[in-house]
Ligand binder design. Structure first.
Ligand code: CA
Ligand code: CA
Length: 297
């Protein structure tokens, strides 16, 4: 089923009306607009002209039949097709360098022949999803904010071939996504990646036997817990505790053993440092956790 890009929300909200209802497993294609909702069309369109009420549209939400709070859904990303040109911005106060930026700038980044052309410099594409999540049980959360429900995690590992596990908080989950990037570095330090519209093909299943408090992403190489908080320190702490808990639950290691293993071969990594909450992950080599018995990934 295709979910059209004209059906968007700006908050992850349990009261959002679903645009479709599907039973699992479901194969879905989400068409998404870029994070500026297409408002920045040329170098002359800067952030001063932007209607910020229309930033970070997420396509959806889709109601997943039979899915309940406490369940975990597995969203396998089959493909991401990006539609150029991409757009990047710099603006005073925006991002890590924002205090030094004196003038807004918009840069169009053509996407041709599998590369992003940054002022003619060919950058490799790493298409990824910036915003993907379910509705929180409590108050609505703007699509620009990440959390335990997912949302604006801006995590480079959420890419084709990966599976994102999301803990469900409301009946039907209410899955929505948007904010594709054709390329982005860890941190997203200037607040934008190479922002693009596009289409994401996914397969959603119910992850039986899983219990999670926060999102988890599995790539071909790593298993990573993802956490968001007001500071990067808190986000790293939470992601680390989540991985230690997962290893204890799924492999039988003690806390001490899990911690020492994580200290030996795991990595505390930055997802993004520019959104209203910061996001970090703790990643473990997939082959190591599989040898310990965590194989239902
Ligand atoms: Ca984002
Ligand atoms: Ca973005």
């Amino acid at each position: 089923m295709r979910i059209a890009a004209k059906k968007t929300v700006f908050n992850m909200d349990k009261n959002n009306l679903p645009v479709a209802k599907v039973s699992l497993p479901a194969r879905l294609a989400f068409e998404t607009r870029d994070c500026f909702e297409g408002q920045l069309k040329s170098a002359g369109d800067t952030l001063e002209t932007l209607n910020f009420d229309r930033v970070n549209p997420a396509t959806g939400p889709v109601y997943l039949e039979g899915v309940q709070p406490g369940d975990v859904i597995a969203v396998h990303i089959e493909s991401i097709q990006v539609t150029g040109p991409g757009v990047m911005v710099a603006a005073p106060g925006a991002g890590v360098l924002g205090e030094q930026v004196t003038q807004s700038q918009t840069l169009m980044v053509p996407i041709e022949d599998g590369v992003a052309l940054f002022k003619g410099l060919a950058l490799p594409l790493n298409p990824m999803i910036g915003v993907i999540g379910v509705a929180p049980a409590g108050d609505p959360v703007p699509c620009g904010t990440p959390g335990s429900h997912g949302g604006n995690m801006d995590t480079t590992l959420i890419r084709p071939g990966s599976t994102l596990y999301l803990p469900v908080q409301v009946d039907g989950a209410l899955l929505a996504m948007g904010d594709l990037h054709a390329a982005m570095g860890d941190g997203e330090i200037m607040v934008s990646g190479v922002e693009v519209a596009g289409t994401v093909e996914i397969t959603v299943t119910l992850a039986k036997g899983w219990q999670l408090n926060n999102p988890l992403v599995v790539t071909g190489d790593v298993v990573a817990t993802i956490a968001s908080a007001h500071t990067l320190d808190e986000a790293v702490d939470t992601a680390t505790r989540e991985m230690a808990m997962l290893l204890q639950q799924k492999t039988g290691l003690t806390l001490n053993e899990a911690g020492m293993l994580m200290s030996a071969c795991g990595n505390a990594e930055i997802c993004q440092v520019v959104d209203p909450l910061k996001t970090a992950r703790f990643s473990m080599p997939r082959n190591i956790v599989e040898k310990l018995g965590l194989t239902d990934l």
